[in-house]
Design a protein around this ligand. Structure first.
Ligand code: PMV
Length: 330
């Protein structure tokens, strides 16, 4: 690799409808279960990567996140994988910005590592295909493997020890079945326990963990059918089920992982109340206190209004389904 090489990529966050929690290999970051997600248009990360010939090796890597020089072993680890594959030892400067709250359960690691995988591999002169990019992004964050693609996406847990079959694939384009997501933000700070730590704790201590793994394939199959049939009631019921099952796993870990706050519970109540009034809206919650409500685009304004009026909800954000990771002009 000679001279100066750079690239800028944009990737969108995603939320899982059928959740991923738990790894079967910590080093290669291979998930213990598959998952199904939707990519969100409104939450994006832009990442610029520049390899510099006068910067030798990783000690000189710089990672700027939202304007601040940031230490991130996971970012350096991903750059190392790219360098190894490209046969270079050059240091890199990574400049990344999120247009939403970072580290608060809005999956900034998903959009972040998907954008980094595409920008770094392109800057290093590698032309990886989408599957290779998904596998590379997975090494940074499991959910990032899904953000390589737009619309409805399935992540496979795979069965190989080397992780070569643990990648995501698109299952339905966003244009074929538009859906809206209203994000209700109930706390602005970063989350207390990272997903990696939380997952390791659940696998080691929750008596529910084996059941979580054993029943995942059935939930995935049901969700695939709901998506193929464009069946919002079925998709929504399964989404809430998978979310509450995940939080049951978290609550039964030792120490317990309690990501909810009072606003989270109030927002869940609003969603269920709207549903009792005939609005097809369903919630999901990840490793943080924010509530994401899924509904048809025609109902999004009404849902956002009701969530904004819910005690403990600080802010709402509306999103359509988004596209996969792509290169943008710097
Ligand atoms: O990709 P990670 O390691 O941040 O884990 C994501 C975990 C959840 O967001 C809670 C679930 C999911 O499938 O996205």
């Amino acid at each position: 690799m000679d001279g100066r090489h750079s690239a800028t990529a944009r990737a969108h966050s995603n939320i899982a409808l059928i959740k991923y929690w738990g790894k079967r290999d910590d080093t290669l970051n291979i998930p213990a279960v598959g998952s199904i997600s939707i990519t969100l248009d409104a939450l994006a990360t832009d990442t610029h990567v520049e390899f510099r010939p006068n910067l030798g090796a990783r000690q000189t890597d710089e990672f700027w996140l939202n304007g601040a020089l940031t230490q991130s072993p996971r970012v350096l680890g991903l750059l190392d994988l790219v360098r190894e594959r490209a046969g270079t030892t050059q240091g890199a400067v990574v400049t990344s910005s999120n247009d939403f709250l970072t580290g608060a359960g809005l999956a900034s690691s998903a959009s972040g590592f998907a954008a980094l995988a595409l920008a770094a591999s392109t800057a290093a002169g590698l032309a990886l295909n989408a599957r290779e990019l998904s596998i590379l992004a997975r090494r940074g964050s499991g959910s990032a493997a899904r953000s390589i693609f737009g619309g409805y996406v399935e992540m496979h847990a795979g069965s190989r020890d080397d992780g070569a079959d643990a990648y995501a694939e698109p299952i339905l384009s966003p244009d074929h079945w538009p859906l809206s997501v209203v994000v209700a933000i109930t706390a602005a700070g970063p989350k207390a326990i990272s997903s990696t730590h939380g997952m390791a704790g659940s696998r080691a201590t929750s008596p529910f963990f084996p059941a979580w793994v054993d029943t995942s394939e059935q939930n995935l199959a049901e969700m695939r059918a709901a998506i193929a049939g464009h069946d919002l009631a079925q998709l929504g019921e399964l989404t809430e089920y998978s979310c509450l099952k995940l939080h049951a796993l978290m609550l039964t870990s030792r120490p317990a992982l309690i990501y909810w706050n009072a606003g989270t519970i109030a927002a869940m109540g609003t969603v269920r109340e709207l549903r009792a009034q005939g609005v097809a809206v369903y919630f999901t919650i990840d490793a943080g206190p924010q509530v994401k409500a899924l509904c048809a685009p025609a109902d999004a304004a009404l849902v956002a209004h009701a969530l904004a009026a819910t005690p403990g909800v600080l802010q709402t954000r509306m999103s359509a389904l988004g596209r996969g990771a792509h290169l943008v002009a710097a």
